[in-house]
Design a protein around this ligand. Structure first.
Ligand code: T4K
Length: 379
């Protein structure tokens, strides 16, 4: 068994060369524009639109992903209604729904993809009360986009994807983060592509953009005009600089994750007593994954807890139990506890293994071997 000298943490942000960052930041210093839709933000907005192959009218940048989702839901008018979502996600997904003035209602997940199950959602739809569904592309695994499009058509509901994990992925030749009525992407440092903190909304209906800009900047449109109520959710110029630089190396960021994922798969795929969750195993056609997470499913809670603890204590490896506890285990959402058995089971058995730009594939392979040895050992 290998004990790493330097701790292997779950993730570390990629950082561009400091010289390159200061060179572009020099422009910020010269301009002394630090926020409020400055030149770097506008440049990043255009470059992102080009990368995602969407019109500039169909996206909006925010200070973080949770705020983006909250404002997106506000713009779609979910206030006072119910929004169906998954308990198997980061708690920010549910918080955004509440902060947009709606009640999250929790449906169960598909046991293969761990993403929200459209059939489970359909049972919870209340005509006139349910306003939207927020499925999450968990670990970057694509939701059943056809199933949700069908629900949207039949019940007139908005589909807003939490695509926090899905940057860089393509489904049927289109960026996964452009599906649905709206999609939110997180640019947090723990994500493949980041802007220190940051968030993005892409949306189908371009008329939403003005409303989103209003929500983002106090609804101020000019020195003398404030048209409604808005907050402050702006991305600043240095965040945008980070985004511009990281976008230049996005292919490298993606291929590095692929190499790490492959190293884990070499050891873990097909192993008895565990399931290494991989996009290949899901068999989604015409899908280009980003390999943003490397989750393993153990046979039971006790084994997961033991391996998680021993990886830390014996190997100096800091895996994380994303997503445990479930959102419905948090006091604010406990009304959903016991209603989603598949999610409850998955949360107790899953473990995300470290993956980040700079993690050597040989080290990932050793982490995987440690997992296997611990699994075979006795508690
Ligand atoms: N929806 C979903 C499905 C999400 O996963 C998230 C965020 C959101 C919505 C909300 O998007 P944002 O509003 O965040 O844009 C992390 C992140 O804080 C969170 O953004 C993320 N999901 C969640 C899955 O993971 P923690 O509690 O694991 O973060 P933390 O501080 O323990 O850091 C993890 C590791 O990364 C540590 O080993 C330290 C390292 N790290 C972290 C930061 C922030 C660094 O090396 N440098 C850093 O700057 O939550």
């Amino acid at each position: 068994m290998r004990r790493f000298e330097i701790p292997i943490v779950i993730g570390r942000p990629y950082l561009p060369d400091f010289g390159a960052f200061s060179a572009v930041s020099e422009e910020v210093w010269q301009a002394r524009i630090l926020s409020n839709d400055g030149p770097q933000l506008r440049k990043f907005h255009s470059e992102l639109a080009a990368y995602l192959d969407v019109e500039e009218t169909n996206l909006a940048l925010f200070c973080n992903g949770t705020t983006a989702l909250e404002n997106g839901l506000k713009a779609l008018g979910v206030d006072g209604g119910e929004v169906i979502t998954t308990p198997f996600s980061f708690v920010g997904t549910a918080h955004a729904i509440v902060r947009a003035g709606a009640k999250p209602v929790f449906a169960d997940i598909d046991e293969r993809t761990l993403c929200l199950d459209p059939a489970s959602c359909e049972r919870l739809i209340r005509p006139g009360v349910t306003k939207a569904i927020v499925p999450v592309h968990v670990y970057g695994f694509p939701c059943d986009v056809d199933g949700f499009a069908d629900l949207s058509r039949r019940y007139g509901l908005k589909i807003v994807y939490d695509a926090a994990h899905a940057f860089g992925e393509e489904l049927r030749g289109r960026h996964l983060v452009t599906f649905g009525d709206m999609s939110m992407v997180s640019f947090h440092p723990t994500k493949i592509f980041h802007t220190c903190e940051g968030g993005l909304l892409t949306f189908r209906d371009e008329s939403l953009q003005q409303r989103l800009f209003d929500l983002r900047n106090f609804a101020i449109r000019s020195e003398t005009s404030c048209v409604s109520v808005g907050g402050n959710a702006k991305m600043n110029e240095l965040q945008a600089v980070m985004g511009i630089l990281n976008l230049r190396v996005v292919d490298d960021l993606l291929s590095c994750r692929k190499r790490i994922h492959r190293a884990y798969a070499d050891v873990l795929a097909g192993m008895p007593r565990i399931r290494f969750l991989s996009p290949e195993e899901l068999g989604v056609r015409e899908f280009k994954p980003n390999y943003s997470y490397c989750p393993v499913m153990f046979e039971d809670f006790r084994t997961r807890e033991r391996v998680y603890g021993q990886l830390k204590d014996l190997c100096n490896v800091y895996a994380r139990r994303y997503f445990y506890p479930l959102i419905t285990d948090c006091p604010s959402y406990s009304y959903g506890r016991g209603t989603c058995p598949v999610a409850e089971d998955a949360a107790r058995r899953v473990l995300s293994l470290p993956t980040f730009h700079g993690l050597a594939p040989e080290d990932a392979r050793d982490v995987a071997r440690d997992v296997v040895e611990l699994l075979e050992g006795r508690s």
